[in-house]
Design a protein around this ligand. Structure first.
Ligand code: NAD
Length: 482
């Protein structure tokens, strides 16, 4: 089988890394290499930044309406290729095709539609200085943005950065995850067809420590938008600091589901299945610590385990499979090591160790059954560290104060789901839980205008609606004396 060759896209042209070196890309559903991507280095990043700098003055001069129209055309291009992109995303990442078709790819198109509208309604400030003068703000694009994205929702998270960056008049150099490069590569043709001028979006593939690091340190890239792990985020903070770059960090999480006895148990169980195991648990917002009020703990656990055992795992192309494969061998090994650690820490595996029946084609894929652990203390590593896979731990609690303390006991602060019908409790917990997003009786609902992001080690800055437009622009305040 010949391998698909992914190319860089710089200044509107496709091409290899200057060194001609490549990285192999594995299909996690079969464990076989099916494509290669350029192993780009600083010299390739330099070329891309030069192309982006050259394209910047002209793109920055386009009107909001012109940019908005182009963004709509990109959205249409994604929608027209929905099936191709969904199949590509599934093959790169291991997720079920049905999930890519119904969530990832439509949401990627929606990102462009959303910012196509948002940019037309941007408002700037003006203030009269008590009759003595007049202040107003001028917003302008920042320049060349460096956009670095992870592998779990590859096209969705990359376009969540490209769309607002372009809407605000910036040009960009993107460094998608080396684990899932395919949809970013396919996006380049869509950008061309939509009329995005050469150099406005450049795609450079490669390893984080090489291409990614070169982008973060580049003196002509004043802005970095990063989504990925907290360890990488810390590294980026120090790499970007000497040049005081604009930096947005969307990092890891260790989210909690807090379930009180007054919640609707059937609804809780169904949503908790999704919030635990959707996309193999590889969504930064998945809840991996499930805290249940003591009086319903046994009942909840029984139902949750029964329903989890019914979830099918296997070939991502088959619509009956709720879970596909984990994204890579390295990640698979890491997630499984936490199941082994749970046993060392004194935990009990309620479900997850049963065998998975796989076809010959898929037996080398990175499959794992959804796993539920009990019997652990919140201070255990399994309950403190991000696992980012289909592994959750269920822990009982006795009081509101105790569960707040348990939920806040981690270094992360991304999200939590609260299950209760007591409105006063909702208000109390919203003030005390250290999270950027709190869902009440639901999970993963979000208006794209709301400020999204994490507290503590889960990130820096907020994205969404005007928050993204603020990040991707610089502002000059002008003061005129009457
Ligand atoms: P990662 O940090 O390993 O990689 C993310 C990106 O950073 C990749 O493109 C990688 O090549 C690049 N990179 C790695 N080292 C780099 C370096 N030294 N300099 C510059 N770039 C570098 O993360 P991952 O494993 O791809 O993604 C999973 C993580 O992402 C999880 O921790 C998850 O919680 C997090 N995540 C967070 C959000 C959010 O919105 N907060 C969303 C999705 C994923």
């Amino acid at each position: 089988m010949s391998l698909i060759e992914i190319s860089n896209f710089i200044g509107g042209e496709y091409g290899p890394a200057q060194s001609k070196r490549v990285i192999e890309n594995t299909d996690p559903s079969t464990g076989t290499v099916y494509s290669t991507l350029p192993r780009s280095e600083s010299v390739d990043i330099d070329r891309a930044v030069i192309a982006a700098k050259k394209a910047f003055p002209q793109w920055a001069k386009t009107t909001y309406e012109e940019r908005s129209e182009i963004l709509i055309k990109i959205a249409e291009g994604i929608e027209q290729r929905l099936n191709v992109l969904a199949a590509a995303e599934s093959r790169d990442q291991g997720k079920p095709v049905w999930l890519a078709e119904t969530v990832d790819i439509p949401r990627a198109a929606q990102n462009f539609r959303f910012f196509a509208g948002q940019i037309l309604f941007q408002q700037d400030e003006a203030h009269d200085l008590s009759g003595k003068g007049f202040n107003f703000s001028v917003r302008k694009p920042v320049g060349v943005g460096g956009l670095i994205s992870p592998w779990n929702l590859p096209l969705y998270l990359l376009t969540w950065k490209i769309a607002p960056a372009l809407a605000c008049g910036n040009t960009v150099v993107c460094k998608p995850s080396e684990v899932t490069p395919m949809t970013a590569f396919l996006l380049c043709d869509i950008l061309k067809e939509a009329g995005v001028p050469a150099g406005v979006v450049n795609m450079v593939f490669g390893l984080g420590a090489e291409a990614g690091d070169a982008l973060v340190r580049h003196p002509d890239v004043p802005l970095i938008s990063f989504t990925g792990g907290t360890t990488t985020g810390k590294h980026l903070s120090s790499a970007a600091a000497p040049r005081i770059k604009k930096l947005s960090l969307e990092l890891g999480g260790k989210n909690s589901n807090i379930i009180f006895a007054d919640a609707n148990l059937d609804e809780v169980v169904q949503t908790t299945l999704r919030s635990s195991f959707l996309n193999q648990g590889e969504i930064c917002l998945c809840g991996s610590r499930i805290f249940v009020e003591q009086s319903i703990y046994k009942n909840f656990l029984e139902k949750f385990v029964t329903e989890t055992r019914k979830l099918k795992v296997g070939d991502p192309k088959k619509s009956e499979n709720f879970l596909g494969a984990l994204a890579s061998q390295v990640h698979f090994d890491k997630v499984r090591s936490y199941v082994a650690l749970a046993l060392v820490e004194g935990g009990h595996i309620e479900t997850g160790l049963e065998e998975i029946s796989l076809s010959k084609e898929h037996e080398k894929g990175f499959y794992m059954r959804p796993t539920i652990i009990t019997g652990l203390k919140t201070s255990c590593r399994v309950l403190q560290e991000e696992i980012f896979g289909p592994v959750v731990t269920v822990v009982p609690f006795d009081s509101e104060d105790e569960v707040i303390e348990m939920s806040n006991s981690v270094e992360y602060g991304l999200a939590a789901s609260l299950w209760t019908n007591d409105i006063r409790r909702v208000h109390r917990l919203a003030r005390q839980l250290e999270v950027g997003t709190l869902w009440v009786n639901t999970w993963m609902m979000r208006d794209l205008r709301t400020p999204f992001g994490g507290m503590k080690m889960s990130g820096l800055g907020r994205e969404g609606g005007v928050h993204s437009l603020e990040f991707f622009t610089d502002v000059t305040n002008v003061c005129i004396k009457y």
